[in-house]
Design a protein around this ligand. Sequence first.
Ligand SMILES: Nc1ncnc2c1ncn2[C@@H]1O[C@H](COP(=O)(O)OP(=O)(O)O)[C@@H](O)[C@H]1O
Ligand SMILES: N[C@@H](CC(=O)OP(=O)(O)O)C(=O)O
Length: 420
Amino acid sequence: MQVYKFGGASVSSAERVSNVADILEQCGEEELVIVISAMGKTTNALEKVAESFFAGKKDTALQLFEEIKQQHITIAKYLLVTHYLACEVRLKDFFTEVEWMLHDQPVREYDYYYDQVVSVGELLSTCIVSFYLNERGIVNEWIDVRDVFRTDDNFRDANIDWEYTQRKMNENILPVLKNKKWVVTQGFIGATDENESTTLGREGSDYSAAIFANMLNAKGLTIWKDVKNVMNADPKEIPDAVPIESLSYNEVIEMAYYGAQVIHPKTIKPLQNKNIPLYVKCFLDAELPGTTIHDQISKNLPPIIVIKHNQVMMELKTRDFSFVGDTHAYQIYQWFNEHSLRPTLTQNGAISLTLAFDNWKDKIARFSSAAAELFDVHLTPGLTLTTIRHYDNESLKKYIMDKEILVRQQTLKNIRALHR
Ligand SMILES: Nc1ncnc2c1ncn2[C@@H]1O[C@H](COP(=O)(O)OP(=O)(O)O)[C@@H](O)[C@H]1O
Ligand SMILES: N[C@@H](CC(=O)OP(=O)(O)O)C(=O)O
């Protein structure tokens, strides 16, 4: 049993979907679960729909959603002949669900609406791909992952109910595989016990695929990307990044934790727990070996550079000169939980604490007003956080030294700098 995950870039156009079918036709797998993300940048586009709706701009929301509808209809029309009408019926059901909501007034919190709107991206993409594969004779069954992945109602960053999900995995997925059919399903989304859609955090499809691999005891998980390998930096950021052929789970979990946007940070644990190898392969050339991530120690690694833009620095200072560590640490970590906000960097002083966050405006505003009861709060937006693992003099000079640094942390293995 294998799990394949195809990200947005691999299904961003009719040609790319057809390329995915070519890969599947030639892969020779017997039992396969295929986890797919929303097409191209659909999730970003759906985020704009949710934002407009919540801001009371109903017409803009509907108009933006209309564009997304037309893009999917166009791709389905291009790909499908005999299965087109059946596919169109399904797509229209998904469209209608969202449109009904967009005609209402928002009465619940933003994150709830975000998930109801944004989750449709994966439903649309998998619907089209599944019909297309069947039309090409690649027999598969489309599964609504919301009938399998039970989560809590922490919208936008929902947590999996492992016991329930494992049971549903056995009831809903195993029989399909035993029936000699491949499964086509969605990454990134789940549902609460009240059947409300949830999402697992941006780029969460890798995590979904790892959960499938874990619960089905897969022999491997292959994530198909537009890059030939995992590299020592994002090649879009650093054009002379070098490929890495083999990495340990440990190394990748560290890279992802520091913000490398190549594998979702939560992906590794479900795989490591069952010693399931992760292969990152290139959908543009399936013959290339790609990168293997497994339990073997990574040797001779180059400096690994992770650059995170759009960071907000938050300085908290106690007003009465009490030590932060003594009295406030517990409270601050409670706020992190309450506001589902994780710092990308923390630095303790005697009576102050410096934090950095991704720029989640609403959450930071809520966190700041809670913190303002105890601290003077100062925010500095528009910063970049650069981390280098296995740094050397050359990489330090190239990526850190010439910056205007606000916070710097250094250990034997890592250097991190928050800078302008
Ligand atoms: N260390 C890295 N190695 C390779 N690619 C990286 C790395 N860090 C970031 N990336 C980026 O990840 C992209 C592929 O991931 P992503 O866009 O999430 O694909 P998908 O949407 O198909 O899942 C690449 O195009 C590359 O720019
Ligand atoms: N579509 C979601 C989930 C995801 O993982 O996408 P991708 O595999 O394209 O990174 C997102 O864009 O966040």
